[in-house]
Design a protein around this ligand. Structure first.
Ligand code: HAM
Length: 430
């Protein structure tokens, strides 16, 4: 490496700095409250898994696996991968943890970092964060709606306004193969108008063409046959019920007959939630999910119908900032006391004092590394804190502390052993 070259984050990866943490925390809080309400239990799976899990689960020819997966061989020769999504890991954990023996459905949620080697652009990172929930072992359409409702509730709780749910059904192994043939026939007749990637997709999986974001493919897509006209009886009945439940729940959805989602395991219901700005443009999906009735079996488990969704926390946070949505409903509580420390001995002794205040549930502010008393008093003043405890060299030696009432300017001395108790009284008296 060039000696002068700075060490910095890798392309598509970033630090989540302290000022952004409040937004991440706010999203986490919304997710925790809603998953708890709907009885989802927390699960954490490893960041590193056998690459085969995603090759089999997510699908070998999906972008997330074929182009974007971070995989490498360990010294022992195993092919491992940084997880590009949660769903296959949770399905594996369900099998490995014997969760099929529990009362069904098993409802699990998680959140954390994922990795996809995408071309970095707005809202697309190579390390990004998702919250994710999965309900395994339930084939009823009502669970599809519960997952959609939860996704919507989280965004509502975060105060997003113009959000729309796009839904579709992509059928199952009964009806999809024949639809693929019909679709391939249509796209073959328009082959010259497709991008080179889609010309390849035409052979491998014509459904993927519906997911292409290229302008010219979008135009061809507009006239393509729609899968909802080709669903088998079971898929049709399932989808009809999903829509009826969504109506009953009064959720704002639109039917998007070309929504297919880019991962291999989906069957029947798929959905995405997007936020539309005033001019109708959108920055990509905030949440995406669907039913995956064959994944658990494909990974070696029993026949287990399942439904789930995941939200992109980075995208949600970016949009909260753009829309000026406040990360916190109520402002953080102001500390009651400011501790001004002078000199090494006082600083050392303050550590214990901080701990005593913490145990007494009294919040104490300090200004790190600002040594002059005037600067520290100024900081306390700006923060609007009434009580300042001054802990200097003399105080530390003689085991007392000086209390300054910033409202009156009056100072008094308190023995160090009594300071927490006395401050508790003063604060409660206010
Ligand atoms: P996905 O659509 O690949 O689905 O991702 C879900 C969400 O993660 C997207 O809607 C988006 O907000 C966010 N996201 C995806 N890629 C990136 C990226 N590179 N940078 C930032 N955000 C991103 C899944 O992952 C499925 N596992 C969802 C699911 C769960 N289906 C069933 N259960």
């Amino acid at each position: 490496m060039d000696k002068k070259q700075k060490l910095q984050t890798l392309s598509g990866m970033r630090d989540i700095l302290p000022e952004e943490q409040v937004y991440f925390k706010r999203v986490q809080k919304a997710v925790e409250s809603i998953t708890q309400y709907y009885s989802f239990s927390r699960i954490d799976t490893p960041i590193l898994e056998q690459a085969e899990l995603f090759i089999k689960g997510t699908g070998a020819d999906t972008d997330a696996v074929s182009k974007e997966m971070y995989s490498f061989r360990t010294k022992g020769g195993d092919l491992v991968a940084l997880r590009p999504e949660f769903t296959p890991s949770i399905a594996r954990a369900y099998i490995e943890g014997g969760m099929y023996n529990l009362p069904q459905p098993v409802k699990l949620w998680t959140s954390g970092p994922l990795f996809r080697h995408e071309r970095p652009q707005a809202g697309r990172y190579r390390q990004f964060f998702q919250f994710d929930f999965e309900a395994l072992g339930d084939k009823s359409p009502s669970i599809d709606c519960q997952v959609i409702q939860m996704s919507y509730d989280i965004l509502k709780d975060l105060a997003f306004k113009n959000i729309t749910i796009e839904v579709n059904s992509i059928g199952d192994q009964e009806c999809r193969p024949s639809f693929k043939k019909i679709l391939a026939g249509y796209f073959k007749s328009k082959k010259v108008s497709l991008c080179s990637d889609c010309q390849r997709r035409l052979k491998e999986n014509p459904l993927r063409i519906l997911d292409c974001k290229e302008e010219k493919c979008q135009q061809v897509k507009a006239g393509a046959p729609q899968i909802i006209d080709h669903l088998c009886e079971a898929c049709h009945a399932h989808f009809k019920q999903v829509l009826e439940f969504l109506d009953e729940l009064e959720l704002p959805y639109t039917l998007n007959p070309y929504l297919v989602r880019g991962l291999d395991y989906y069957t029947k219901t798929v959905f995405e939630i997007v936020e539309k700005s005033e001019d109708g443009s959108s920055q990509g999906s905030l949440v995406g999910g669907g039913r995956y009735d064959n994944l658990v079996k494909m990974l070696g488990g029993r026949d287990t119908p399942a439904m789930g969704a995941a939200g992109g926390i980075d995208r949600i946070v970016n949009l909260m900032k753009t829309r000026e949505l406040k990360p916190d409903k109520k402002p953080a509580e102001k500390p009651e006391i400011f501790l001004a420390q002078l000199g090494q001995m006082a600083k050392r002794k303050s550590l214990k004092l901080f701990e005593e205040f913490r145990s007494a549930k009294i919040s104490v502010a300090e200004s790190f590394s600002k040594d002059s008393l005037r600067t520290q008093l100024n900081t306390a003043n700006k923060m609007g804190i009434r009580w300042v405890l001054i802990f200097g060299q003399k105080e530390a030696l003689e085991e007392f502390i000086t209390l300054r009432d910033m409202d009156s300017g009056v100072q008094s001395e308190i023995p160090l052993s009594k300071v927490v108790e006395e401050m508790k009284e003063k604060i409660n008296k206010k």
